[in-house]
Each structure stands twice: as C-alpha cells, then as structure tokens.
Design a protein around this ligand. Sequence first.
Ligand SMILES: [Zn+2]
Ligand SMILES: [Zn+2]
Length: 349
Amino acid sequence: MTSVRAYTATSAAGPLAPGVIERRDVGPKDVRIDIHWAGICHSDIHTVRGDWGPVPYPLTVGHEIAGVVAEVGPEVTRYRVGDRVGVGCMVDSCRECDNCRAGREQYCLAGFTDTYNGTDRDGGVTQGGYATGIVVDEHFVLRVPEAIPFEKAAPLLCAGITTYSPLRRWNAGPGKKVAVVGMGGLGHMAVKIAHAMRAEVTVLSQTLGKREDGLRFGADHYYATSDPTTFKRLANTFDLIINTVSAPLDLDAYLALLSFGGTIVSVGAPPEAVPVTLFTLFENQRSFAGSKIGGIAETQEMLDFCAEHGIAPEVEIIPAERINEAWERVLSSDVRYRFVIDTATLDAA
Ligand SMILES: [Zn+2]
Ligand SMILES: [Zn+2]
C-alpha cells in the first residue's frame, strides 16, 4: 500500500478536510498515476451529501482525473511511465458480459465499479481523485492527447464523455438541429462538441445570462426557457435535445419541441420519477431516452476528437483549500464552467 494526500469527506454535512488515504500496491495490470488535476462534478456533492443513498465515510470523491503515469505493473502494455493519462467515472467492470465485451463497460450487467464509493476488487470502498495519486487497471486508463491543455483535460472524463456519447449515438452532425438544455458543466461541453460535429446548436437556458458565452462556445441560437414564447416559437423544431439539467423539468413542454422522429436524451436527472404524458410522444413519433457516461473506447475517441477540434472545457483552477467554497458555488450555479483542483496544493494542505 502507498499513502497519498487527499481531501476527504467525513460526514454528509461537514466540510471536506485534508488527510491521507491508502492506495493498493501496483498489480500486474495496474497503472499508478500521480494526479495533477481533479475536476469537481456535481455528482461528488450529491454522493457526499447522501442524496443518492448512504455513504461509508470517510470518502474521497472525484471522478475527473488527469495525471502522469508514475509506475506500471509487469503486464501493462498500453502505458509507460511519464504518459499523460486520465481516469473517469469507472475503474473496473466484469469484462465478460455482453455490454463489457461490446465496449460498453458503463452498462456492465454486473455493474461497473465506480471510481469512488464503489466496491473495489478487494472488497474495500473505492476512493476518488481529490488526491495526489491513484492505482487503476490499465483498461480503465485513458490517454490524454498533447493537444489538450493538461489542466483542462480532467472535466472531459465525466462532463465531456457524458455529452459526447449521446451526441454520437443520436447522430448529431450536419443538417441536424440539436438543442442543449442547461449551460453548466455538462451543457457547455455539449454545445462545444455538437458544434464541432457541425450540428446546428441551440441553447435552452433559464435566462439569457450566459448567452454571450454560449454563442462563443459555438451555439447558433440561444433562448431563455423562462420566456413562455420560447416554447411556442420552437415547437416541432429539434432532431435531438440533450437535457443536462438535474432539477425536475416539464418534460412534456420539451418533448413538444422535437420534430419528426426526434429524441430527447436526459443525462441529468432528479432522484424522483418524472411525469410524461405519452400523447406527447405519439406526435411526431418522438422518443425519450437516457444515457450514462460512455465506454472506455468511446471515451478515448472523445478525447481524440476534442484534441483534433481544439475543444476543451472552460475551467477555474483552485487550490485544495478552496474545495469547500467551490462546492457551495457549484450548488448555487456560480461556476463558469468547471472547477479543477490543482492537486499539487494538496501536499501543503
Ligand atoms: Zn461526474
Ligand atoms: Zn460487464
């Protein structure tokens, strides 16, 4: 075992605090990574606050990880010491089920192993990326292309792939009208990626407050959903709507914006059930779908796509001592558009 510095939650309500956590020894197929950057995802906060179920404290969260390979096991073939790599929401899966064999590890029928608050192969609880190091099986390690600024790479491992996967699956591209609901960490990446795929992109945000940003990121249109005329004006318009909002939405109102054969895909969700009037689906043969992160091969494809198209998230770099403050700002939507922790500051914490 090796000890690494980390910022850790010890209760649902209390602040995260600096400390030390253990990482397993490097196994034959493991890669030990010195973490340089760790993104802050809203899921980290939901998990620690117990919104998604009971949590075995102490828990270190973080599933947007960018770092440098520090050691490899004897059977590792894909990475060498010094490589720039990333780790996202998964660190293991069964590798044997139909979904794993098809490269859809995120839908592993046995359940994938979450990067934090998951059950590790040794029966322990996995600990995430708000730390100076991590040990991960090479299958779940991604290569970060040189063209991606290193400090901006981490959020791609969750926010990037979560939006890339449904945009690919539902064929965002030339001639397609794509709407993105919400302009937060996920939404701003959806806009950039859909634009790079050459779709016609519309942002549907509560207000016009981030309109300038949205247009700069590649949106062609920007509408406020607080304006009721928006829904009249845009009825029967979109081929694809990516819903990144985790608060409850009036889904019927959004479904009515889909043109023939259109699909709304939710990647954010409230914990409770959401009502849908099925008659809204009958019109235009509409579909209502969901999507969860992306497979490992697809995540690599996304990183390479972002490198090729010069896409990276908008980030605000913070030292570890500002993590608690950053969480409060995430909860009040006061972030443009992703916080990234400089983990070098953990050594001093
Ligand atoms: Zn996330
Ligand atoms: Zn599986």
